[in-house]
Ligand binder design. Structure first.
Ligand SMILES: [Zn+2]
Length: 464
């Protein structure tokens, strides 16, 4: 018999829903090696077809994208995003149960990809399935984009969105269902992500290592070239001195500051977690630094002799890797060009761009924030936390800057899901809370759509 409410759907389909997730996790889909990708594409397509979604597999230069669409009563369209690929499972020996033989222990399902992202992907599908079973029809259109390269940096997602933004993908709101809930167990709604520019620099002098006496003052040490460059890149005040680096950086406004004060903050626990003796930052400073300020980080530097004892040498080359987390409207390509200009006059120094992902933001005033918070509260049965910006990097600019819609990040997995690590797991209670949350997201958004949202209130522009 068809369920009449979401709790009934979850209760009466418990075993069936978990079995479906187990079957999906069993199917390998390792994007780095390509193992099982085609079989998983077929499986995910079949799951979409099961809920009456018009489904197609779209080839990209890498692994395909599985796209689905279910028409609803109104033109308004929500795009749900997830990924079907998983990380390689090694070291396999460190798993208590084999990574592709899903196993339930203590209320958690263990297996590679169960949290990141197959359990969350399945929770989206089952939430929509529940809505259809209970209400027969969706209140608006829902589109699904499940990609197969997230674990490899979503290399082809941007060009896919660019190519299909005016037809297949045309939407009013994107929701990315990936990541972890807060440490406390509370669900989280994230509105933005920091971007990333990653560069690798190499300095060379002579074609070989040389004696530091016999050639001292004759050969310029390449490590000095990089050290001098670094000192030009950041002043003693800690401010980055790359030209126009701060263009597009915006301090939080009063409303955003107020939100920062609502995020749980315990400086002692945080200090212990990151291995510092103490953290003297105030709550507002801490979150402002993580969410509204960019970084220039030396990820690695390597040159010369650093093993035991003394060795006098002028190394032939020096290497440097820098990562920059970007915020607001900073443009990684412009920053990269300015780095290129900085190194131009220095002989023997070259740079290459490894990663360039713009930051992405969704305004805190977006009309979708309240309904989605309400949905999470109902789905998880506890107050959600609103995070204006996620300190890490995701390619969310494809939705905000290419598709031109606001994006909300709504993670369902438990904080300790151990994704990318051995013994990845998803708490079954999170799986069910995810199913319920998806159902409530549709239901809560439908209320504001019915309330008569004018086109320009939700489409385009910075007010979303
Ligand atoms: Zn991942």
């Amino acid at each position: 018999m068809a369920a009449t409410n979401i709790q009934e759907f979850v209760d009466s389909n418990r075993t069936k829903n978990i079995d479906e997730l187990i079957a999906l996790v069993k199917q390998k889909s390792i994007s780095s090696s390509g193992e099982g990708m085609q079989e998983t594409v077929e499986k995910v397509s079949a799951l979409l077809e099961d809920i009456q979604a018009k489904t197609q597999v779209i080839q990209t230069a890498g692994h395909p994208i599985v796209f689905g669409e279910i028409k609803g009563q109104q033109e308004f369209t929500v795009l749900l995003y997830g990924h079907y690929d998983v990380m390689a499972p090694d070291p396999v020996d460190a798993w208590v149960s084999p990574p592709f033989e899903p196993n339930v222990r203590d209320g958690r399902l263990y297996g590679r990809g169960v949290g990141d992202n197959k359990g969350q992907l399945m929770a989206q599908l089952l939430g929509i399935k529940a809505y259809l079973e209970i209400h027969k029809q969706l209140p608006f259109h829902v589109k699904f984009v499940f990609e197969g390269e997230e674990e490899q940096g979503s290399a082809n997602l941007g060009s896919f969105v660019e190519q299909h933004k005016d037809d297949l993908l045309k939407s009013d709101l994107a929701i990315s269902i990936d990541g972890s809930c807060h440490e406390s167990g509370a669900p989280v709604l994230r509105l933005g992500v920091r971007g990333m520019l990653y560069v690798e620099l190499e300095a060379v002098s002579a074609s070989q290592d040389n004696h530091s006496g016999n050639t001292g003052n004759i050969i310029k040490n390449p490590a000095w070239k990089l050290v001098e460059l670094l000192s030009q890149m950041q002043g003693n005040d800690g401010k980055v001195a790359i030209k126009d680096f701060y263009k597009g950086v915006q301090a939080p406004n009063e409303q955003e500051k107020a939100i920062l004060h609502q995020i749980p903050y315990d400086s002692e626990t945080l200090a212990a977690k990151i291995g510092l003796p103490n953290l003297t930052l105030s709550q507002e400073e801490y979150f402002t630094k993580l969410m509204y300020e960019p970084t220039l980080n030396i990820s690695g530097i390597n040159s010369g002799y650093v093993d035991a004892g003394a060795k006098t040498v002028i190394p032939s080359k020096a290497l440097l890797k820098l990562d920059m987390r970007l915020v607001g409207k900073q443009n990684p390509d412009e920053i990269y060009q300015n780095i290129e200009k900085m190194i131009e006059p220095i002989e023997g120094v070259s740079v290459i761009k490894m990663v360039s992902t713009p930051p992405s933001s969704t305004n805190i005033d977006s009309i979708f924030v309240k309904p989605v918070l309400a949905a999470l509260e109902q789905g998880f049965g506890t107050d959600p936390i609103l995070e204006p910006v996620m300190p890490g990097t995701l390619p969310n600019y494809v939705w905000t800057d290419i598709l031109n819609v606001p994006v909300l990040i709504v993670p369902y997995a438990n904080f300790d899901q151990a994704n990318h690590a051995p013994n990845e797991n998803l708490k079954l209670v999170n799986f069910e809370s995810g199913i319920k949350s998806t159902y409530h997201i549709i239901s809560e958004i439908s209320k504001i759509i019915e309330g008569g949202v004018k086109q320009n209130e939700y489409v385009k522009g910075s007010s979303i």
